[in-house]
Design a protein around this ligand. Structure first.
Ligand code: GUN
Length: 292
């Protein structure tokens, strides 16, 4: 039976470390990191995320600025708000919650965020920096996944990693991060031939496809470390719903060396890493060292 990697505890620990550093920053430099979150429209899942981000930002001792705009907001109005946030010295991180309503060009909006305040790491300059292995802002979900992998395995050098899913938010940045750690990296996707066979080769399996329980236990190499990024809500057969990952947990846990559960695995790490990125950027923008 696999070791269960407790993302909830890992994230709580990371958040308390961040809160400790924020307190030092306040005391020694009179600097309070500030995170602005912009939500356009009323998507219920996005509202839940935004509320939770605001709450955890304040709990870490940072300032949280929430901007809720109605679904009919024009692209020009949104770009105007981002310009003001880019110029605001109290704001060190800007996150525009995705997806945006269809009439707004997401690429144009993301790339209008100042490169140093792009705490999602989605700006083309940060994407480019990651792809050449330079220091930039790393997207939160892959960063949280990497932190857990390194905590569990130590040195990743030479390990075979497969990432199932090629999204810009998770799959591609995860591949770049693992390559930087000197893994041998495969990115698999819907056209991959013999996906189970490819997965069985991997010491590290990162599932980020968004398909409930697609990856089965007999696809997992015995002893492998499995990171399940999927969060899928499915029918529980009793008139309600439940959350499952992209990996069939019970069968995979019987074979893997270690595995992240859903919920309580990668999920809580995403917001913790958002706070981490905001702290890093507040220090960078103000030219002060991140407290030890
Ligand atoms: N929507 C779902 N996940 C994310 C995320 O990580 N960042 C942003 N900006 N929007 C999201």
């Amino acid at each position: 039976m696999a070791t269960i990697i407790d993302g909830k505890a890992f994230a709580a620990n990371l958040r308390s470390e961040i809160a400790r550093k924020v307190a030092i920053l306040k005391q020694q430099h009179d600097l309070v990191p500030g995170l602005a979150v912009v939500l356009v429209g009323e998507d219920p899942a996005s509202q839940v995320y935004v509320r939770s981000k605001g709450k955890q930002t304040v709990e870490a001792g940072m300032n949280s600025y929430e901007h809720r705009l109605d679904a009919g907001t024009s692209q020009a109005e949104l770009l105007g708000l981002i310009d003001r946030l880019n110029a605001d010295p109290e704001v060190h991180g800007i996150l525009v919650q995705l997806p945006l309503p269809g009439h707004i060009d997401e690429e144009a909006v993301i790339n209008s965020i100042s490169v140093d305040k792009d705490v999602d790491g989605f700006h083309l300059s940060n994407v480019g920096k990651l792809s050449i292995g330079a220091d930039g802002i790393v997207p939160c979900t892959p960063l949280g996944s990497l932190m857990m992998l390194k905590d569990h395995l130590g040195d990743l050098s030479g390990k075979k990693a497969i990432i199932v899913g090629r999204s810009n938010i998770v799959g591609k940045p995860m591949a770049a991060l693992l390559l930087k750690e000197s893994c041998t990296v495969t990115i698999a996707h819907s056209r991959t031939q013999d996906l189970p066979g490819e997965c069985r080769e991997a010491d590290i399996l990162v599932a980020a496809v968004g398909r409930p329980e697609m990856i089965k236990g007999d696809w997992v190499k015995p002893g492998a470390t499995v990171i399940d990024v999927g969060i899928n809500r499915i029918d529980n057969g009793e008139g309600g719903t439940r959350l499952v990952g992209d990996v069939e947990f019970d069968s995979a846990a019987a074979v893997a060396g270690a595995i992240t559960p859903v919920p309580g695995g990668v999920g809580p790490m995403t917001i913790a890493c958002l706070l981490y990125n905001t702290l890093q950027q507040a220090c960078r923008i103000n030219d002060v060292e991140v407290p030890e």
